[in-house]
Ligand binder design. Structure first.
Ligand SMILES: [Zn+2]
Length: 157
């Protein structure tokens, strides 16, 4: 079974990238250590944090992040957690609220997405929780390229 995560307050951007890789990732935002530990315990989630003390309390389900830059943090998380992100899972989860995206029929979206996007894309996904609509546009391609570079073991960047 895939690992699931709960991410500490100061690692919000890393949380989004774990979601981008398809991992079930809670990010409660501003909250206390107690709640983070409770979530980790109750839902068998690995606690991802920069706080050594908190990481110690969460053992053995903890991932201590020591890197400062986002790219390095993503690599560090993948390495420490022994993740093997599958490309088929990338961009299958809402970056904002963690729900799994669902396919949405194109003809239901006229007027809901920009006209040029509607005209040039055949496939759309929607978040069942926050109703955001996603498509494979420039931003998505940039994220996929960045993930490929980060998790496929290349050292550049
Ligand atoms: Zn959402």
């Amino acid at each position: 079974m895939d690992q699931r995560f709960v991410v500490d307050t100061m690692l919000g951007r890393l949380a989004r990238w774990l979601r981008a890789m398809g991992y079930d990732t809670l990010y409660p935002g501003e909250t206390g250590d107690r709640r983070l530990l409770d979530l980790a315990l109750a839902e068998e989630r690995v606690l991802v944090t920069r706080d050594r003390m908190l990481a110690r309390l969460a053992q053995p389900r903890e991932c201590l992040i020591t890197e400062e830059r986002l790219d390095e943090q993503i690599r560090e998380a993948v390495r420490r957690l022994g993740l093997r992100p599958r490309e088929a899972d990338w961009l299958t989860r809402c970056l904002e609220c963690n729900a799994r995206l669902e396919p949405r029929a194109r003809d239901t979206l006229r007027g809901l997405v920009p006209e040029h996007v509607f005209a040039t894309h055949a496939e759309f996904m929607a978040c069942p929780r926050c109703a955001r609509i996603f498509w494979a546009g420039t931003h998505a391609h940039r994220m996929l390229d960045r993930l490929a570079r980060l998790v496929n073991g290349e050292t550049g960047g």
